[in-house]
Every structure is written in C-alpha cells, then in structure tokens.
Design a protein. Structure first.
Length: 297
C-alpha cells in the first residue's frame, strides 16, 4: 500500500499543474510554476502577420520542393496550380535548372529547404545539459532576433476536453494563456490520438495536418519545438513561446504542413499553434533554451 501511495503521489506531482481546479486554487502560491501572462497583448514578441509570413514562405517552399507528389491536390485547384507552376519555374531558374525539365526537378531535404528559405536549419540532438535528454539546436546558418525558429506540435485541447489519461507522466503538455492545452508527446496514447484526429479530418487528398512530426524525419523541419529544453542558471533563455491562431484564409494546400490539430472536430474556432521566437541572435551550433512558462514583460 505504501508503494502504491508513493506512485500515486509521484503521478499527481507530474499532473497537478494541468488540473484546472488545482490551478485556480494555487495560482497565487505557485505562480513561478505556471505560464502566467497578465495581458495577451504582452505575449506577442513579433506581430501575427510576421508569424504568418514565415509559415507561408516556408510551407510554400516545402510544397514546391515536393511538387511531383502534389498532383491529386493540384488537379482540384487549377488556379493554385498555375501560381505554383510560376513559382516553380522561378525557383528552377534561380537554381540554374532547365525550366522545361519539371519531372527531373532536384528535390532537397526539408532541412535544406528550410536553410534555402530562412537561412538556418534546426534539428534534434542530445542536449548540452546533463540528463536533459533530447534538445534542439541551430545546426546550420544564423537566426536573427525576432525570428520564428520552431513550432510546438501536437493535439490541441479546448477547456474541459478530456486529457487526463494522455497527461499522466507526460512532460510535453503546453498550457496557453486561455487554458488551451497542446499535447506535444510523440509517443504512446498521445501519438495515437493525434494520428486518429489527423485521419479523421482528411478531406480526400487534402491533409489538414502533418503527422510526420511523430517520426524521426518531419516534413516540416520547424516542428521540433516540444524538445526545446528549459533554461538554467548556466544557459539563459534565447527563445520564447508565442501563441498564434491560424487564420481562416490559410491556404488549404499548405495545411499538410501544420503540426497541430484540434481534438474536437465540431469546433469552429481557429486552430491554435504555438511558435518559438528568438529573443536574440542565435549562431550555428547553439542549443535553443526557453522558460517553459514564459513571462513576457
């Protein structure tokens, strides 16, 4: 019985901060353990328009790079196909490839696309912090201050939606200002829930989200933000979290690169994403660090 009690206490210790009634009762006493921002306007390091611009620029580059596999989508979007053919032709000319030889288009890796588009690459590797497990590094290039450097993938839960079993022993749950939760765990029950929701929402050839972040090779190379480690006394935070609601006019053909999906299909609100924005210039080889619960002043 004593062993069982200790196990229950251990699980409660990892779960209690996500339990809404417990949060309400302990907000004042435990403010340092919570992500607390007095006003949502203070949570914006850069404008939403800048976040959207970065995502669209990156996703369009990924789409063009993967153009040969987009035939089913483009067949249903003739006007969009013309636009992308123009962009592809421009890209081929820039790369000194024969613009008529579309079938032999050179295909880059997603990391190469990210570098060619934004000037840097990020990837997962063993953290520089002792016993911290996996971390995220700028493996190539340079990231200026105020840049979207990563995304926090996962299933998005609204208030009061069931997340109890997914949250047990789960260090990857992120709490937004308004109580929305994002489960960024790529294993176990969380993985199964995300894949189920993703396949539920697929419309013919149109994927509404990206499942590949659950693997070792995400097609959206930004979708590694859940592995960014917390800062320490030795390693100061160089990125912070910023919430971003995907607008209704987001191109349907690019939703296949969004690493988030809502748990409840019947919601009409915008999809919540969380991006990581650099607080300073970050050079090649540096690891990303953030406060898990960032206070922006």
């Amino acid at each position: 019985e004593a062993a069982m009690l200790r196990e229950l206490r251990r699980r409660w210790g990892s779960y209690k901060y996500r339990f809404v009634p417990w949060l309400a009762l302990n907000l004042r006493r435990q403010r340092r353990t919570l992500r607390y921002v007095p006003e949502s306007s203070q949570d914006k390091i850069i404008a939403d328009e800048d976040v959207l611009e970065t995502l669209l620029k990156t996703f369009k580059a990924l789409f063009i790079n993967d153009f040969s596999r987009q035939a089913d989508i483009l067949a249903l979007l003739p006007e969009v196909k013309c636009q992308y053919l123009e962009l592809l032709t421009m890209e081929q000319k820039r790369s000194k490839v024969n613009s008529c030889n579309c079938q032999r288009q050179h295909v880059f890796t997603p990391e190469e696309v990210l570098f060619n588009t934004l000037g840097f690459t990020v990837s997962r590797d063993q953290s520089s912090l002792v016993s911290a497990g996996t971390g995220v590094f700028v493996t190539k290039g340079f990231v200026p201050k105020g840049t979207v450097v990563s995304m926090y993938p996962g299933t998005v839960y609204r208030k009061h939606e069931p997340i109890f079993f997914q949250s047990l022993g789960n260090p990857f749950i992120f709490r937004c200002i308004d109580g929305v939760l994002i489960d960024g765990n790529d294993k176990g029950l969380s993985r199964s829930v995300y894949r189920s929701c993703s396949r539920r929402d697929q419309l013919g050839p149109f994927q509404m989200s990206d499942e590949s972040w659950l693997t070792a090779t995400p097609q959206n190379p930004l979708a590694v933000g859940q592995y960014v480690n917390n800062c320490s006394h030795e390693k100061a935070a160089n990125v912070c979290y910023q919430e971003f609601d995907v607008p209704g006019h987001f191109p349907v053909e690019l939703k296949q690169y969004l690493p988030n999906i809502v748990y409840s299909h019947d919601t009409e609100s915008h999809l919540r994403c969380v991006v990581l924005v650099t607080l300073r210039d970050i050079k090649q080889g540096e690891e990303l660090f953030s406060n898990y619960y960032t206070v922006v002043s």
